[in-house]
Design a protein around this ligand. Structure first.
Ligand SMILES: [Zn+2]
Length: 315
């Protein structure tokens, strides 16, 4: 069992629907309204989540009996339940001298740190996304903060549980092991950005353009929704042409299952979670929010250059 992280502990919480509340209240959706390094997630701040002790980021078993899963979720009368939320419980990092010692001797005890900014930053204590039955890595670099990696895994788990026989999802670049410049991206430097493929109706390749003919809108929407409801997403960049396909699908859902109005951009509201950006008809880009990793990154920013100079040889 990994040592308990001092910087942050990632906990799977049983109350699965709470993150939805946070999203619907718009809590995590505005980058310019971010609380500075809040020690807990917005859902926890609302006092809604029971704290459930658990190992660091275990993958909860998807043990929903097969008989309970509707064959075609889009037309199912009741919504397929969301995956348990991932909650970060941050603790105060130790004083600088102690922090230096920990970062040098037992970095795994500190957890992940996102240093600097996504366009000029680095990553400490990152976790690498692995290929799995639901995920196929397509990018050269798949390192992110632990919360980012667990959030992607959680969303894919939800899609696969709600839609049996889902194909594997391509995941492109996230970040280098230590972050920094990653060609050809401008961001992807601090472990908070991930390029993720769409789901297609038929066999597909990474970077395939999504169209009305090939996009699996039901699965793709389930994936995007699971990411948003996870509560750790700041923005999702999707080409407007694909947004239209998703919106057309969402309009077919029962009223209670449609997202809040401000998830997709409109002529009067552009600072929404989902936004248009050119080049995102072949994949979408998620900018995650990991306040604990950013807070630790701020504390480590001055220490890391010394530390990396002090490290003698790679492990
Ligand atoms: Zn990207």
């Amino acid at each position: 069992m990994p040592p308990r992280a001092l910087g942050s502990a990632i906990v799977i919480v049983a109350a699965a629907s709470i993150a939805v509340v946070a999203v619907q209240r718009g809590a995590p959706s505005r980058p310019d309204e971010q609380a500075p390094a809040a020690p807990v997630t917005s859902a926890l701040r609302m006092g809604a989540l029971p704290e459930v002790a658990s190992a660091l980021a275990p993958a909860p078993p998807s043990d929903v009996p097969a008989a309970a899963i509707p064959a075609e979720a889009p037309s199912a009368p009741a919504r397929c339940p969301p995956e348990p939320a991932i909650v970060v419980r941050a603790s105060e990092p130790p004083p600088a001298a102690e922090l230096f010692r920990l970062a040098k001797e037992t970095p795994e005890a500190l957890g992940s740190a996102s240093v600097g900014s996504p366009t000029r930053g680095s990553l400490f204590g990152g976790v690498e996304l692995q290929d799995s039955e639901g995920i196929l890595r397509a990018g050269g670099y798949g390192w992110g903060t632990e919360l980012v990696i667990r959030s992607i895994e959680r969303a894919v788990r939800e899609v696969r549980r709600c839609f049996p026989d889902s194909p594997r999802l391509y995941v492109g670049d996230i970040a280098r092991e230590r972050g920094g410049w990653l060609k050809p991206h401008r961001s992807h430097q601090s472990g908070l950005d991930a390029d993720i493929g769409y789901y297609y109706k038929s066999q597909a390749t990474w970077y395939q353009r999504a169209t009305a003919q090939n996009l699996d809108a039901a699965r793709t929407w389930a994936l995007v929704r699971a990411l948003i409801e996870g509560g750790h997403v700041e923005m999702i960049f999707i080409d407007v042409s694909v947004q239209r396909l998703l919106q057309a699908y969402v309009a077919t859902l029962p009223e209670g299952e449609r997202p809040p109005e401000d998830v997709f951009p409109s002529p009067t509201k552009r600072d929404t979670i989902i936004r248009h950006a050119w080049g995102h008809a072949t994949h979408f880009h998620v900018r995650f929010r990991d306040l604990a990793a950013v807070a630790l990154g701020q504390r480590l920013a001055d220490i890391l250059p010394r530390l990396r100079g002090a490290r003698r040889a790679p492990r």
